[in-house]
Design a protein around this ligand. Structure first.
Ligand code: SAM
Length: 243
């Protein structure tokens, strides 16, 4: 079944952009996912086809109009009611791998891309739209954020990644960063691949990787340890703990 993505944007020419290459591009060509762009300006009603106006209360920049956006959103929600409608905004919940997994296991996604100073807040009150951020920095528009989110989802769709299991070990899947990787040459600029990785002893390799993942996470992302530390400690009963 095709996983449908719909992007509402003022810059439809930005899509598929980088998602037309490599894994995602092949999957798009192969019909594993589909991409439709909806031009927000097509829903403007005045003769200038305006989609934005000055901010209430004053200040710099322009704000995307709720009435124009609502018409575009309603059009997509009517045609694709099964796909969640997201809006890319730095004011949204941070995108996580858990969210990406949930979206890619679902019935597609629709994504509203903001521009200018952002979107009239009343749109979020009036329509079932989930605000999502890709990080604590400001992009000039939601398109790059939408491409990022789509890339993360598409690679998890069945048939997109080569090995069925690739992806399960990756950073964030277990609440940890992934262990580090190495490949030939065995010695490069005097630096040798850790001996254990060349030992052929799978149990030892797995233990080394687990320890490095834990150590690197502790050093680089103490916030992840804080968030997931308790969840990964075995429960007192010894029963299996689902996290
Ligand atoms: N004035 C807004 C603020 O300070 O929150 C920033 C607006 S930004 C210049 C224009 C658009 O880029 C936003 O409406 C949003 O769609 C997108 N955008 C910028 N940063 C983003 C982020 N970190 N995550 C998701 N979307 C982002």
């Amino acid at each position: 079944m095709t996983w449908p993505a719909t992007v509402l944007t003022l810059y439809p020419e930005m899509f598929p952009g980088p998602l037309g290459s490599s894994l995602a591009g092949r999957a798009l060509e192969g019909g594993i996912w589909s991409l439709e762009t909806v031009h927000i300006r097509d829903f403007a009603t005045d003769k200038h086809r305006s989609v934005d106006d000055t901010p209430a209360g004053g200040g710099a920049g322009m704000v995307m109009r709720a009435d124009v956006l609502a018409s575009a959103v309603d059009d997509v929600l009517t045609r694709r009611p099964e796909a969640p409608m997201l809006a890319m905004t730095p004011r949204g919940a941070p995108l996580t791998q858990a969210m990406v997994r949930e979206l890619s296991a679902g019935l597609g996604v629709s994504i509203l891309c903001g521009r200018f100073e952002g979107i009239d807040e009343r749109l979020f009150e009036a329509r079932p739209i989930v605000p999502v951020s890709i990080g604590d920095y400001i992009l000039s528009g939601g398109e790059m954020a939408a491409l990022t989110l789509l890339d993360a989802c598409v690679r998890l769709l069945p048939g997109v990644m080569g090995a069925a299991l690739s992806g399960e070990d990756e950073s964030f899947e277990t609440g940890l960063l992934e262990y580090p990787h190495y490949t030939r040459p065995v010695i490069w600029e005097g630096r040798r691949i850790p001996e254990v990785l060349r030992s052929g002893d799978h149990a030892k390799i797995a233990a080394w990787r687990k320890a490095r993942a834990a150590e690197d996470t502790r050093l680089r992302r103490p916030d992840l340890v804080e968030r997931h530390g308790d969840a990964r400690r075995p429960p007192p009963s010894g029963a299996r703990h689902e996290d």
